[in-house]
Design a binder for this molecule. Structure first.
Ligand SMILES: Nc1ncnc2c1ncn2[C@@H]1O[C@H](COP(=O)(O)OP(=O)(O)OP(=O)(O)O)[C@@H](O)[C@H]1O
Length: 345
């Protein structure tokens, strides 16, 4: 009989708003005990997961699984880069950007099934002034919101939206010099986001074309905009078409330098940190092993989500043309409803 593989689960008790006890009960019921020996550790403070994961990697543990959000994943993954220990993810943060990009289910029972399947892929990661990030990093408004969110004392999507909507129209764009491998350009920008993955979390696609396997970051620069641009920007952010907006500049690069007039806040995977005027961002190819769903599962997941969405929208009528007209009307109403919600002060 094959020797069992060890998985260490690291639980961040403060991430997101989900009850972690329920997840741990599901874990003990569902994890494949013929295949895995499991251990569970709770973090006691910010930064603790870095130490626990580093110890596990030095002991050549098969996998360290985050039960948390992108901040917890960042702390664990930075200790696993360039080791044979794989990262597992049971998403329960506020945004879950990396898990969503990888099509890891938000339902913890299904995420446990993915770990049972145990398919390992290698993905890229990035560094912002030597601090690793796995999803996105950046300067400007998103970094500013991450600072407000960190100080809010509450987590979850509602707190995030509250902070974002509250601050959007007050925020003053800054001037940045951006140096890619090809050119140096000055931008007055609301934000500059560097995407290793495509989204911030909550399906907000700031870099819709980003891939975790191309060795490149997708840079998104949002130039100053007026209140009239907010509905289309908000809609396109969630519709994966932000790169089509006239206020957006995008390009791909392996590394960039950002020079700004003063030191200030940046974010890495949604966590804020103060950095100097000069910021270097680069992507390191295939430096992290992650347990991911297989392609069949990803396709099924996308089809299932689409059919659930349209299933809710379309009544079962007899006349196809009438159904299509009704569906168009309902899609338009849905779009207007999203825009109304996002622009309501
Ligand atoms: N025991 C702890 N007490 C206080 N803070 C902690 C503890 N353990 C981890 N942290 C910090 O909590 C922060 C937030 O965690 P995490 O990012 O996982 O949740 P989230 O912000 O709700 O989700 P997401 O990043 O997906 O939006 C992390 O940056 C981490 O440093």
């Amino acid at each position: 009989m094959n020797e069992k593989k060890k998985i260490l689960f690291i639980v961040n008790p403060i991430s997101g708003t989900q009850n972690k006890k329920i997840i741990l009960n599901q874990l003990s019921e569902r994890i494949d005990k013929n295949k895995y020996d499991i251990e569970i550790k709770y973090t006691e403070r910010a930064g603790h997961a870095v130490e626990i994961a580093a110890q596990a990697a030095s002991e050549k543990v098969y996998c360290v699984t985050a039960i948390g959000g992108d901040g917890t994943i960042n702390e664990i993954a930075r200790s696993l880069i360039h080791t044979d220990t794989a990262l597992g993810i049971i998403p329960c943060g506020s945004g879950n950007g990396l898990a969503r990009h990888l099509h890891i289910p938000m339902d913890s029972r299904k995420a446990i099934d993915i770990i049972n399947q145990g398919l390992i892929s290698a993905i890229d990661y990035g560094k912002i002034n030597e601090i690793p990030f796995f999803c996105t990093c950046g300067v400007g408004f998103d970094a500013f919101v991450s600072l407000k969110f960190a100080a809010a004392g509450r987590r979850g999507i509602l707190t995030y939206l509250e902070k974002t909507l509250h601050e959007t129209l007050k925020y003053k764009p800054e001037t940045y010099e951006v140096e890619s491998e090809d050119e140096k350009t000055n931008y007055k920008a609301f934000l500059i986001a560097c995407g290793n993955a495509s989204q911030y979390g909550n399906n907000a696609y700031i870099a819709p074309q980003a891939s975790l396997e191309d060795g490149l970051m997708n840079v998104t620069i949002l130039e100053p905009f007026t209140v009239l641009d907010v509905p289309s920007l908000a809609f396109q952010l969630f519709n994966k078409t932000l790169d089509q907006n006239s206020r957006i500049k995008t390009f791909k690069s392996k590394k960039i330098k950002i020079h700004r007039t003063n030191s200030g806040v940046v974010h890495f995977d949604g966590d804020p940190i103060i950095m100097d005027k000069e910021i270097n961002v680069e992507i390191i190819e295939k430096g992290l092993h992650v347990i991911t769903p297989n392609n069949d599962y990803k396709e099924l997941n996308v089809l299932q989500k689409a059919s659930e969405y349209f299933g809710k929208l379309v009544p079962r009528g007899e006349n196809l043309l009438e159904d299509i007209a009704l569906m168009n009307k309902q899609l338009l109403e849905k779009k207007q409803e999203i825009i109304r919600k996002l622009t309501k002060k």
